[in-house]
Design a protein around this ligand. Sequence first.
Ligand code: NAD
Length: 360
Amino acid sequence: MGLVFDHLTLGQRVLFGSGKASEHLTAEVVRLAARRVMVIAASSEVEIARSITSGIRVELWYDEVVMHVPVRVAERARAAATRAGIDLIVSVGGGSTTGLAKAIALTEGIPIIAVPTTYAGSEATNVWGVTEGARKGTGVDDQVLPVTVVYDASLTLSLPVGLSVASGLNGLAHCVDSLWGPRADPINAAIAAEGIRALAEGLPAIVADPAGLEGREQALYGAYLAAVSFASAGSGMHHKICHVLGGTFDLPHAQTHATVLPYVLAFNAPYAADAASRIAAGFGAADALEGLQALREKLDAPRALADYGFTEDGIAKAVQIALPAIPASNPRPVTEANLTALLHAAMTGQDPKTLTDELS
Ligand code: NAD
């Protein structure tokens, strides 16, 4: 049939450089002609935020950051921003902090400069999420895409190794899921493949030398590529499952992604030859799952959902919610039975290779 696809590239400026966040941020505030800046940083990241904002005038400091952006938290932040006449938001922190900035941008139309300190990648997507009760609502709106991202690996040096590993594997999951997402195309596949390569190089270097910048730079670069490919290809099976585990069962975001990824890969790889060979190549391995497992071994990665409080009782409910959400683009047909088996294996931490054998 030839090469036919429909690809949209999101417009965003990316400024990358270790030790350069302050300089980059100051220049961007001037370029955007912002007069009243709000800096959002959780209390644990406020010190990082202060260290990079000495060159700008900050009108409002804001630190009420809560994971998954509860609607009441979003509304308080929106009210504070409008009261102060804010015309630019600078978010300094992980996905939760970027998420709050996006919630404000969504309704108030205020532009964002994002300064990420984890590998979650929210800064490079136009996806927002706000939680009401136990339900996390998400949507897509270009207004929430930060106009500029300032990446500075030195700001991630304080991220503990365990959290760096889980967060980096969250990035890796963006890459892998992009290869079979509903809008997967050759451009986002190429970006995802380079993201896998960079994360596979960066994460072991962080474990080997947590105080070194090289691994952190590769991981941050990989996390950005991961988010770009994910924003373009859309949520695949992996994200639909993790969304339910996080939203309904309150499991921690990065660790859940890190744990579930090998099971989704084992499940889909035999049905997705092109994706599997790209993933294997990214790991420099002969086989995709073996490459991922060798990396996870080096990283001492999270391995069982039971370690985060997920129990047998939750499986049927998780299957019921996740099954209808899994896109038709998934390479392997998903049924109640095989999704139940997958979640059971992820709960116990059983070797994903045995899952492939069982299901084939
Ligand atoms: P997070 O932002 O909650 O951060 C995790 C923990 O790490 C927090 O305790 C935080 O204080 C700490 N931390 C962050 N940076 C640090 C640093 N440099 N040093 C020391 N500690 C640091 O978690 P996350 O995994 O970054 O983001 C998860 C959230 O982001 C979820 O709500 C998820 O849904 C959302 N997300 C959204 C998108 C999107 O496209 N909209 C993409 C990915 C993640």
